[in-house]
Design a protein around this ligand. Structure first.
Ligand SMILES: NC(=O)c1ccc[n+]([C@@H]2O[C@H](COP(=O)([O-])OP(=O)(O)OC[C@H]3O[C@@H](n4cnc5c(N)ncnc54)[C@H](OP(=O)(O)O)[C@@H]3O)[C@@H](O)[C@H]2O)c1
Length: 262
């Protein structure tokens, strides 16, 4: 995710010299610097110095040790933006007192500048901090500011969402092959249909319900397919999946909290 954001900022016109990356393995440092052109260090505190926005893009379990490395150099005129799933603003604020904190939940389409990131600000994050964080997060797609209690649902919907779409793509492709289409044709038909439908939905004033109605004539092929999906519980199954992901996000958040039992 850290590299996805760095590459996105470069595509958005940021100068590599205005960015800095911190990694923890020398071979990764060489790879990353070669791949991005961004100065890369093994000493996180060095990357932090002089930067307005600091993005924390390590796994939730690695957040405490990273904060230990940067605690003494982060200042109140900087903004710490966390991408770490489930790690609360309160836990960041207790580790970095007085520092503006932004907690966010991006997703992987950020790699093609089509990400969706929800974010929320901590008690020290003023309008300028929120705007500077949104400028970084928005370099790779759309952003929305929401309250922190909604981030578990966001994780289940847009954070995990690409996996639902990829599963749909897999299932449609397999079904297309079973109907006799060659593999390469099945993939092209499915990928372009998903891309085109997503673009139509995102660019239209009409709801998903209306757009679906427009391709469904009574007694037609789409109606036959929709009947099977509805009867088979497609809608209820997706609802259960999103509920399960929301619940899991809450559980992971509770285990990542500093108050949780080890
Ligand atoms: N992937 C997603 O779809 C997604 C979506 C939303 C949010 N997120 C969040 O984004 C964060 C990163 O996820 P990811 O999928 O990008 O994980 P990842 O591929 O494991 O990347 C994390 C990187 O952080 C490095 N790292 C760990 N501790 C470090 C330290 N102290 N200093 C410098 N680098 C350190 C790791 O180094 P090594 O290579 O040595 O392990 C690894 O390269 C997570 O908190 C996750 O919850 C991910």
């Amino acid at each position: 995710m850290g590299e996805i954001f760095a590459l996105g900022l470069l595509r958005a016109g940021w100068d590599p010299e205005d960015l800095a990356l911190a990694v923890r393995r020398p071979e990764r440092a060489r790879e990353t610097e070669f791949h991005t052109g961004v100065p890369t260090t093994l000493v996180a505190a060095e990357a932090v110095r002089g930067k307005r926005v600091i993005v924390i893009a390590v796994k939730p379990k690695d957040v405490p040790s990273l904060l230990d490395q940067i605690r003494d150099v982060v200042t109140v005129d900087q903004v710490v933006v966390s991408l770490a799933a489930g790690v609360t603003i309160a836990s960041f604020e207790s580790e970095l007192p007085g520092i503006p904190i932004i907690r966010s939940m991006p997703n992987t389409p950020a790699a093609v500048d089509e990400g969706m990131t929800a974010y929320c600000g901590g008690s020290k994050a003023d309008a300028a901090a929120l705007a500077d964080a949104a400028a970084v997060l928005g370099a790779v797609g759309d952003t929305i500011q929401l309250s922190e209690d909604l981030l578990d649902a966001v994780t289940a919907v847009s954070g995990t969402g690409p996996a639902y779409v990829f599963l749909l793509a897999e299932a449609m492709t397999e079904a297309a092959i079973r109907e006799g289409l060659p593999h390469h044709a099945a993939e092209r038909l499915v990928h372009q249909t998903l891309r085109g439908s997503g673009m139509l939905l995102a660019g239209s004033e009409k709801s998903a319900f209306r757009l679906r109605g427009e391709v469904t004539s009574p007694g037609g092929t789409t109606a036959a397919a929709m009947h099977v999906l509805e009867e088979g519980g497609f809608r209820a199954l997706l609802e259960d999946a999103i509920q399960a992901a929301t619940r899991r996000s809450r559980e992971l958040g509770a285990s990542a909290s500093p108050d949780s039992a080890p």
